[in-house]
Design a protein around this ligand. Structure first.
Ligand SMILES: C[S@@+](CC[C@H](N)C(=O)[O-])C[C@H]1O[C@@H](n2cnc3c(N)ncnc32)[C@H](O)[C@@H]1O
Length: 372
């Protein structure tokens, strides 16, 4: 991944697609008197029906996309998460997993395969994604890796009406939710807007004041998670910080970044629909939203600690014994998932529980709830 100010020029077809979305955003700006909040720009850029980045069927995740996520790095990630799910399902007597934002379907496939191997297959594995176009890819992946388990997988258009007993999991879902950008002016938060100049989008009211973001949908989203869970746990993995770190004075340009073809840059106002736009997660806000929604905070730690607590070493040795020639690749995968300089500390795991009191194995050592 490279941080860059020189991006490859998108192909003509992609530019035409982006121009169509840009026209729609311009119309929204004109219809709103000349500006819209950045939150609404980001919502349209990522999720505008038929055109947004996550809904328009471009290949985003993986080596030939724009970014790589932990389930794409290694099956060991999903196997560890499956171990945590197995503990909850066994002790709860639950039989369902609901995955939010399932991407390529790789995590679902690897989790189901591992749960089968340890005799803890859920009766149902349901997937809810805001991107209906990803369903086809998820179906293909599951069909490739676990065809005999496909009958257990069900795709949802919205959260289930009947609350579930089991586990809700989401990897890199919170960071894909639209945020408000604000600047501080005389101690007040000033919400940032987007305007049009010529054919280009620009920030409406920006200065060089302290800038950051927040996710306004978090409280309602957490409430919907609490309502969806009859009993069990919600396990979220994402990159982010506790509030004190997120909003420290030196982080004065916020956390918003964009991914295009494995390049990272900080201008969300270009190429709408073609690039990912994402903000780090404020885990203190997530914890508070969960608690306010009536959930218990079951654990919070780094990805590295969660994986270590969830059997990473044993799984690594088993994979090595099964395929000694893969030693270099497996070691590389573990490094990427666990090293502080890679995903190990930037990514955190946060779990909420409801009607379930046993300590969660994934947070046995190095639980960091006190930092929130
Ligand atoms: C960065 S991708 C991560 C995909 C996958 N979990 C992975 O790790 O490879 C974020 C995904 O979350 C989905 N998403 C965003 N907000 C969501 C929500 N409120 N409910 C369900 N899915 C959501 C997006 O459509 C997108 O597919």
């Amino acid at each position: 991944m490279r941080f860059t100010d020189t991006l490859p020029t998108p192909p003509a077809e992609a530019l035409a697609h982006s121009a169509e979305l840009a026209a729609r955003i311009r119309a929204a700006i004109t219809g709103n008197g000349g500006s819209i909040r950045f939150h609404d720009f980001m919502q349209m850029a990522l999720y505008e029906p038929g055109l947004g980045y996550y809904v328009a069927g471009l290949r985003k995740i993986g080596a030939d996309g724009d970014f790589v996520t932990a389930p794409e790095v290694s099956p060991l990630f999903s196997q560890c998460l499956a171990n945590q799910c197995a503990q909850i399902l066994n002790e709860l007597g639950g039989d369902e997993i609901l995955e939010l934002g399932a991407g390529s379907g790789k995590m679902a496939a690897d989790m189901l395969k591992h749960l089968e191997s340890i005799g803890c297959l859920p009766t149902r594995y349901r997937i809810l994604d805001l991107s209906p176009e990803l369903r086809q890819r998820q179906h293909q992946t599951l069909n490739q890796y676990v065809p005999h388990l496909l009958e257990r997988v069900e795709w949802l258009d919205s959260l289930p009406a009947q609350p579930i007993r089991g586990v809700i999991v989401g990897n890199e879902v919170l960071d894909a939710m639209p945020v408000e950008v604000f600047q501080m002016a005389e101690g007040e938060r000033v919400i940032q807007t987007v305007i049009v100049q010529g054919d280009e989008f620009h920030w409406g009211n920006t200065t060089d004041a302290y800038t950051s973001e927040f996710n306004p949908a978090l409280p309602a989203w957490m409430q919907s998670m609490a309502d969806t869970l009859e009993a069990g746990a919600l396990v979220l993995i994402d990159y982010g910080y506790e509030a004190a770190d997120y909003y420290r004075p030196e982080r004065n340009t916020g956390t918003l970044i964009c991914h295009y073809q494995h390049r990272v840059h900080d201008n969300p106002l270009i190429y709408p629909g073609l690039q990912d736009i994402t903000a780090s997660v404020d885990f203190t806000a997530a914890a508070n939203a969960g608690l306010d929604a009536g959930l218990n905070l079951g654990g919070y730690t780094t990805q590295a600690a969660f994986l270590a607590n969830s059997g990473l070493e044993t799984l690594f040795i088993q994979a090595l014994e099964a395929n000694p020639a893969s030693q270099y690749h497996l070691a590389q995968q573990v490094r990427t998932l666990s090293l502080p300089s890679e995903m190990g500390e930037r990514f955190k795991v946060m779990a909420f529980t409801k009607g379930f009191t046993p300590a969660l194995a994934g947070f046995r050592l190095a639980d960091q709830r006190h930092r929130l």
